[in-house]
Ligand binder design. Structure first.
Ligand code: NDP
Length: 293
């Protein structure tokens, strides 16, 4: 069983997807095939994860028809600019082995080079008009950057993929998205980003409040966090390379958190982000060469 959300252009997208950031290329196709076999129908990758070819292979290995899988990927900043981004679509689609991408995002705004960010978005608009993508969106856009983008472009993004987990909820970003009919999609939905940090003294996976709610439902903390996203109307894209976790993280459609439980998780927000400060991203510091297909 799965649940779909309707994007602002009428396209249906599964609310719960599968992420592959930091999944090594040699593990990716097996993980993706595993995820599809237990019911996921949305895969989130990015040019800068360097595993789009393996995502494509995993989808083909699943035996599912292409139309049954919603494929989402992201343009890296080094490919921003109108012509560059059109070419970046060809690179991603070529590696994925598909003609049409379901949802294509700009991975980050580049505040110091915003004109190129806008040109990249205009290329996404052209790809949408040409039917090469079914929906377009953004990632890591804070409200001021979103406003600047909306002022200079025509198509309102369908999705803004941002860091959201119990320790960092970004209510202001979620509210700005909602105001414009943009779906908030939670990256690091279980707070995985906080456990990658060496100085992490708290983990969402062992948080006592989440643990107590999990025990009350006979579920795991991971399942409780994913259910929390779905009940608050967000899309979420958990990552795992472990088959038992991949399956368990999808098993969240048979229980419901109470309003008090949802509020108790909301109250865990620390206001501290795990990922890079979006305003600090520059072309130079975050340059990556994205290979040809
Ligand atoms: P998640 O919240 O998905 O956490 C993943 C981490 O938790 C991994 O270390 C994983 O390890 C572990 N884990 C997974 N399931 C469980 C479980 N049931 N119990 C205990 N531990 C578990 O965070 P990510 O940072 O990986 O983000 C998820 C996705 O979000 C990415 O794959 C990517 O698609 C997207 N993303 C987007 C970004 C952006 O800038 N747009 C930035 C970062 C992520 P293991 O694999 O060993 O199970």
């Amino acid at each position: 069983m799965s649940v779909n959300v309707t994007l602002n252009n009428g396209i249906e997208m599964p609310a719960l997807g599968f992420g592959v950031f930091q999944t090594p290329p040699e593990t990716t196709s097996a993980s993706v095939a595993e995820a599809l076999s237990v019911g996921y129908r949305l895969i989130d990758t990015a040019a800068s994860y360097f595993n789009e070819s393996e995502v494509g292979e995993g989808i083909r290995r699943s035996g599912l028809d292409r139309s049954e899988v919603f494929v989402e990927t992201k343009i890296w900043i080094s490919d921003y600019g109108y012509d560059e981004t059109l070419h970046a679509f060809d690179k991603s689609a070529g590696k994925l082995g598909i003609n049409q991408i379901d949802l294509l995002l700009l991975h980050q705004p580049v505040p110091t080079d915003f004109a190129r960010t806008v040109s990249a978005y205009k290329a996404l608009e052209a790809l949408l008009a040409d039917g090469k993508v079914r929906a377009i969106g953004i990632s890591n856009f804070m409200p001021t950057m979103l406003d600047r983008l909306l002022e200079q472009t025509d198509v309102v993004p369908a999705v803004n993929q941002v860091e959201v987990h119990p320790y960092f909820t970004q209510r202001d970003v979620q509210a700005a998205n909602a105001e414009h009919g943009i779906l908030t999609q939670a990256w690091s939905p279980m707070g995985g980003i906080t456990s990658y940090r060496d100085d992490s003294s708290r983990s969402t996976f062992t948080d006592p409040v989440i643990g107590e709610i999990a025990s009350a439902h006979g579920k795991t903390p991971a399942q409780v966090m994913l259910r929390w996203h779905l009940q608050e109307g967000r899309s979420a894209i958990p990552k795992s390379v472990k088959p038992e976790r991949i399956a368990a993280n999808f098993n969240v459609f048979d229980f419901e958190l109470t309003e008090d439980q949802v509020s108790a998780i909301d109250a865990l927000d620390t206001g501290v982000r795990g990922g890079p400060e979006p305003e600090s991203v520059t072309m130079e510091a975050f340059h990556r060469d994205i290979p040809e297909a």
